[in-house]
Design a binder for this molecule. Structure first.
Ligand code: COA
Length: 662
């Protein structure tokens, strides 16, 4: 239909310009690349050649390098190159006068049908367009650095951009192999930089006003949120001058944000990040990158919801204003433009919209951050109980969610996570014979459900479980108590023998049978309020559901004897220190941390997880030689799985594997 784009003119052959020219040439377009000197053009061509050969080496380019290059012509005259151009992408420095001058020249030189796109990241499209006689054919086309590798392009409608210009630009971007997000209105920062600015603002605030360290924030972002880099690492990498100027341009255009003192300070001192050898981190020498050392433990105390809440709020602004069409657009921009493993709104649904709102209220209570108070849509979502995964609907709808209430437990399925929630909060989830049987039923059901990859056991209210129900201990004799003890053990053995991984999410007291239940699980994560112990001795008893065995295996005989013989519960931190729980988190983060851990496990290959579980659980009962033989057998069996093929090919193709459990 209508116009066919054959020749693309790229104005500016700098970092972005030459990359865009390269991408256009790979897509098969004839490309003209223009800049102010032959020298610059020669260097740009060399860089394109180098980049193409890298792509070719990696198998990402089918054509040979020189034939791609042969489609690129260079020159120093816009007028000459523009005569037969169908589509122009301008990538000159971010200076309004310069851009307007370039667009004026272009408008006079290109054919009437040509579209004029600008790669600006900070200047208003409308103002650039107004220097031409065709504002309806001017549009924003924001590439990410480096264009050949970054999959995303933001396409921005100026105030007068026509539907046709948008349609043609979308076609060009897609032909270049790019994923696109359409920004319906030309707002400062578009989607990606706007969201990122909120993360930067909040991270700076937490460092400057709340005593967090740069390393703590980055550690939490890198290891716990799984971002490719911490935010301060990213600022250093991008250049502190660049970040400062983006903020500056955005605030000039009305974007409200607190001034980040540490960025301003470093900018003033000429500490510009990697390029000057020092920024938030130190580098071997100016321009030489080495990944800052960031210890994994340093981020444990950082509340991720608090770090990201302003970003969620900003995303909601984009939705409320109709600047983007759907939550999907936002999340696509975040995943492809920033490399996040999950979208910001997917994460928000996971944390719970109510938690996000609560954090925003707290953040906005400080004068300097008051512009971050929760937006109307968020408040509305909470009032309508659209709080995310937990309620089955948030920014997205979760069809994979079901909840079954038995008398004493709740069984929830949340896509790939199965939850067993002990639910006698008024009795601190004391495990009655009835609850035990219900747990057994739930285990069988969750085991049989192929969609469920991970099972979480937790308690409602203030306890995980305060143990076997003591009131059932009256009228018992040695015979039926033996049977009961064996039954309890049998059910915990089921957990240990089931192929799926189990997480005990210990939300409060885990005493007696409660701790024994937790110890049968594979990984234990505890709230810092939790108390753990085997208090049976105080009733004249000993643990009867595996406590004497599993506790000694976990913490050694000496400590096990102390815990069992004294019967004194210990706090979670102490339990973590002796290896009884894997990790401890603040109480209000237990659920989100548990879910994050469960999601990670759910992405691992199920058969390999099963093999790991069997090898570790059974192997520890065997003599070393037998354990090793078991390990080798399981190891070799995994070579018959499709998941292994998938894992290895994903590694080679540098993508995320998708395991099917086959
Ligand atoms: N069996 C049956 N009921 C239990 C229970 C258990 N193991 N643990 C707690 N409960 C009940 C309490 O009897 C109480 O019920 P009530 O309100 O009808 O009186 C309710 O749960 C709340 O417990 P309470 O003792 O009032 O709470 P607390 O905060 O003062 O104390 C504990 C909490 C955990 C220290 C205390 O409940 C306790 O020691 N429980 C027994 C732990 C135990 O010995 N477990 C091993 C059993 S083999």
């Amino acid at each position: 239909m209508g116009l066919e784009i054959r020749k693309i003119l790229v104005v500016g052959a700098g970092t972005m310009g030459h990359g865009i020219a390269e991408v256009a040439a790979i897509a098969g377009y004839r490309v003209a690349m223009v800049d102010i000197s032959e020298d610059i053009l020669k260097r740009a061509l060399d860089r394109i050649r180098w980049s193409l050969s890298k792509l070719r080496e990696r198998g990402a380019l089918r054509e040979d390098v020189e034939s791609v290059i042969s489609r690129i012509s260079t020159g120093i005259s816009i007028e000459d190159a523009a005569r037969d151009a169908d589509f122009v992408i301008e990538a000159v420095p971010e200076n309004m006068d310069l851009k307007r001058q370039v667009f004026l020249t272009l408008d006079r030189s290109v054919p009437r049908h040509a579209i004029l796109a600008t790669n600006t990241s900070s200047l208003p499209i409308g103002e650039i367009a107004s220097s031409t006689s065709r504002p309806d054919r001017v549009i924003g086309m924001h590439f990410f650095n480096p264009p050949p590798l970054m999959p995303l392009v933001e396409i921005i409608r100026g105030p007068q951009t026509s539907d046709e210009a948008l349609r043609i630009t979308l076609e060009v971007a897609r032909k270049m192999g790019k994923e696109v997000v359409v920004v319906n209105r030309d707002i400062p920062g578009f989607i990606v930089n706007r969201l990122l600015s909120r993360l930067i603002e909040q991270a700076c605030y937490m460092v400057e006003e709340q005593g967090y360290t740069v390393v703590a924030i980055d550690s939490a972002l890198r290891y716990r949120a799984g971002l490719p880099m911490g935010v301060f690492e990213l600022i250093d990498f991008t250049g502190i001058d660049v970040v400062a100027s983006i903020f500056n341009e955005m605030s000039k255009r009305g974007f409200k944000a607190r001034l980040c003192g540490s960025i301003a300070d470093k900018y003033g001192k000429g500490e510009l990040g990697m390029k000057s050898g020092r920024g938030f981190y130190t580098y071997p020498s100016p321009g030489v990158y080495s990944r800052p050392a960031i210890p994994r433990e340093d981020g444990e105390k950082v509340d991720l919801v608090e770090v990201f809440a302003p970003m969620v709020n900003e995303a909601v602004y984009l939705l409320e204003e109709g600047i983007v069409d759907s939550p999907n657009t936002i999340d696509k921009a975040v995943k492809l433009g920033l490399g996040y493993p999950r979208g910001i709104l997917e994460m928000a649904d996971e944390w719970g919209i109510d938690s996000v709102v609560e954090r925003l209220k707290k953040i906005a209570s400080s004068e300097a951050m008051s512009h971050n108070s929760p937006r109307g849509l968020l408040i509305k979502m909470v009032s309508e109980n659209r709080v995310g995964i937990r309620s089955g609907i948030g920014f997205y709808t979760y069809t994979g969610i079901s909840e079954k209430r038995m008398k004493t437990i709740i069984v929830r399925k949340e896509n790939r996570i199965g939850w067993i929630v002990l639910n006698r909060p008024e009795k601190l989830n004391a495990i009655s014979p009835e609850m035990l049987e219900e747990i057994s039923t739930a285990l069988r059901e969750l085991e049989a459900d192929e969609g469920v990859r991970v099972i979480v056991v937790t308690g409602s209210g203030r306890a995980f479980s305060a143990g076997a129900d003591v009131t059932a201990f009256t009228n018992v004799n040695p015979i039926n108590s033996y049977i009961y003890s064996r039954r309890f053990q049998e059910i915990l053995n089921m957990i240990e023998r089931m192929p799926k991984p189990f997480i005990a999410s210990i939300n409060g007291y885990a005493l007696g049978g409660g701790l024994e239940l937790a110890m049968a699980c594979d990984i234990r994560i505890a709230s810092e309020n939790a108390m753990l112990g085997q208090p049976e001795i105080n009733l004249g008893l000993i643990p009867g559901a595996g406590g004497t065995q599993r506790l000694s295996k976990l913490v050694g005989r000496g400590r096990a004897k102390e815990l069992i013989m004294l019967g004194e519960p210990i706090p979670a931190r102490e339990a973590e220190r002796i290896g009884l729980v894997n990790r401890v988190v603040p109480h209000d983060r237990l659920e989100s941390e548990t879910r994050a851990l469960a999601n990670k496990l759910a992405e691992k290959p199920p058969i390999a997880l099963m093999a790991a579980k069997i090898a570790i659980n059974l192997g520890s009962d065997y003599p070393l030689e037998a354990g090793l033989a078991l390990e080798s057998s399981l190891f070799s069996i995994l070579f018959s799985t499709e998941d292994l093929v998938e894992g290895v090919s994903a590694f080679i193709q540098k993508r995320k594997p998708e395991f099917k459990g086959k």
